[in-house]
Design a binder for this molecule. Structure first.
Ligand SMILES: [Zn+2]
Length: 322
């Protein structure tokens, strides 16, 4: 085995962390749900996926359920239970004004502040700053809300649907069909040369100098491994070998799971970036990646993916040859 072949993720991906019990049996037990509401706490999440946080965005700031309503609102979704507290999510329409993201954040949206001065931030931005329990709850909350926001009508007959099972399913008002939260699998693959180079690429829409490993959605009828081979070939025009699994992370933006792989390729093979999809791809040395990692993930000409992404764990794992 050559150097670099045996690396693993540097750590558990930050959004794969979770500790709360999902308590699937409670979801269809209205009396139990009502009891869980009385002692529960509620994550409010706005249309940009932002929730109230505290302590420099290292902790969530949920509301006491009874401060919101004496009785369980029909749209309240049960996230799970932790230390005898049930956690719920509700969508929020609270008026917010933009503020800068906190240090260390990797946000899609600017942060926000309420009229009372409370900070609201999004999962992609602050997921890595939260502890395991909070990261898991916020990830599930965003996933459920994003699914419901994009699945308001029956895929079979087109009638409106109603959430059931504490948010974990919906039922069609026309034909009665039940639907469950959908997740789209996407593969993400760190391609290396079996020695000291990794293949990094950038999309034209990304901020200047940001590079990452390659990724793409799994097609119907396709295995994960076949998807890795196809995506790499489509995006940069090379063949990969030695495909192996590294780990996965939910990525509810809006409803993916990123399934991480490693593979090798010949660095002498010509790279042919896909027009419009890949602006630039190149082999980068372990020394340069290590230097970027030790400098907060960036150098003047190389900005690595943020701490919330599985890509960061893949690249750091490869760099450390763990
Ligand atoms: Zn229907």
């Amino acid at each position: 085995m050559t150097v670099g072949d045996s690396f693993q993720l540097a750590g558990l991906p930050t959004l794969s962390r979770a500790t709360a019990a999902r308590d699937e049996t409670a979801r269809k037990d209205p009396q139990r749900l009502d009891r869980l509401w009385k002692s529960g706490q509620v994550l409010l999440v706005d249309k940009h996926g932002r929730t109230p946080v505290r302590d420099g965005a290292t902790a969530l700031a949920p509301r006491q359920a009874l401060e919101i309503a004496d009785d369980r609102p029909a749209e309240a979704m049960l996230l799970g239970e932790q230390d005898d507290v049930a956690y719920w999510v509700l969508p929020s329409t609270e008026e917010l004004r933009p503020v800068a993201a906190p240090p260390g954040a990797w946000s899609l949206w600017a942060g926000a502040e309420s009229a009372a001065g409370e900070q609201w931030h999004d999962l992609r931005g602050i997921g890595s700053l939260l502890d395991d329990t909070a990261a898991g709850l916020f990830t599930t909350a965003v996933g459920l809300l994003n699914w419901h926001a994009r699945a308001k009508f029956c895929a079979s007959c087109g009638s409106p649907v109603t959430p059931i099972a504490a948010g974990w399913a919906s039922k069609c008002t026309g034909c009665g069909r039940e639907e469950y939260p959908r997740t789209d699998p996407a593969v993400i693959c760190l391609v290396h040369d079996g020695a000291d180079q990794v293949l990094l690429a950038r999309q034209p829409i990304w901020p200047a100098h940001r590079y990452s490993v390659l990724a793409g959605f799994v097609e119907t009828g396709e295995s994960l491994e076949a998807c890795v081979e196809r995506e790499i070939a489509e995006e940069v025009g090379i063949q990969v070998a030695d495909i192996r699994y590294l780990g996965s992370q939910p990525w509810p933006f809006p409803r993916s799971i990123m399934i991480g792989f490693a593979a090798t390729a010949d660095p002498a093979a010509p790279l042919v970036p896909a027009e419009g999809e890949i602006e630039h791809a190149h082999w980068v040395s372990r020394a340069q990646v290590t230097e970027a990692l030790s400098n907060g993930g960036q150098l003047p000409d190389l900005i690595l993916p943020g701490e919330t992404s599985i890509a960061r764990q893949m690249i750091a794992g490869w760099a450390a040859r763990a």
